[in-house]
Design a protein around this ligand. Structure first.
Ligand SMILES: Nc1ncnc2c1ncn2[C@@H]1O[C@H](COP(=O)(O)OP(=O)(O)O)[C@@H](O)[C@H]1O
Ligand SMILES: [Mg+2]
Length: 210
């Protein structure tokens, strides 16, 4: 059972977008998939409810209680955990015994890069991460690849102490799909397929750490 935590010190970086799309990818791939929502705002659970009537449902489980993992069915194959903004490294530590990988979305702006750098340094000091038991991958999100700002941000993210495992572009596709309980993996137009390709490296990286 692969368990992936999505976390960042910043709000609005794309945690819920990342978590729901990843969960949907696995569900579309035929895996029994659970989305654990540890954010009081509950956007992850609402997305699961909207998705429920459609194909490839994802089971939503509240992550607000400490014993959330008791509510994961035994036959679950993929678990994605969405977390609230402002999570502290010691709160991440509480998950480390129970997960395989952490994904940290980062937006291409100085505010986000500067807020993320100390968070990553602190993560790098946590025992299970230091010993390589839990992998951490960075996801540059909402990129506009033709802009200087995005190009510079990607260069800066490459200097961070963890690998850059995806460069996701800014697209309304994520916004529109999410509102319907869907993901970019539920559509097949040429445009959407090009955005799916942004995920290939990340998906391979997660496979390696499962
Ligand atoms: N790659 C993207 N392209 C376009 N909009 C995005 C993208 N990622 C996130 N968003 C939008 O940015 C906002 C914040 O994203 P969200 O996933 O809710 O962040 P978080 O959970 O970290 O607070 C949402 O309105 C979401 O639809
Ligand atoms: Mg969120």
């Amino acid at each position: 059972m692969l368990k992936v935590l999505v976390a960042s010190s910043k709000g609005g970086a794309g945690k819920s977008t990342l978590a729901t799309n990843l969960a949907a990818y696995y569900a579309v791939d035929g895996k029994n998939t659970v989305l654990v929502d540890a954010d009081r705002q509950g956007s992850g659970l609402r997305w699961c409810e909207k998705r429920a009537p459609h194909a490839n449902a994802v089971l939503g489980v509240s992550g607000l209680r400490r014993d959330w993992d008791k509510h994961i069915p035994a036959d679950a194959q993929r678990v994605v955990i969405d977390t609230p903004a402002g999570i502290r490294p010691n709160e991440v530590e509480a998950y480390l015994e129970r997960i395989d990988a952490v994904l940290v979305p980062v937006l291409p702006s100085a505010i986000d890069l500067e807020a993320t750098a100390p968070f990553l340094s602190e993560l790098a000091e946590l025992g299970r991460i230091k010993r390589g038991k839990v992998a951490v991958g960075l996801v540059a999100n909402r990129l506009k690849p033709w802009t200087n700002a995005s190009q510079l941000a990607v260069e800066e993210i490459r200097q961070f102490p963890f690998p850059l495992v995806a460069e996701l572009r800014d697209t309304q596709g994520y916004v529109l799909a999410n509102a319907l309980g869907k993901s970019i993996f539920d559509y097949h137009s040429e445009l959407v397929r090009s955005h799916q390709e942004d995920w290939h490296k990340l998906l391979r990286w997660l496979k390696k750490h499962s």
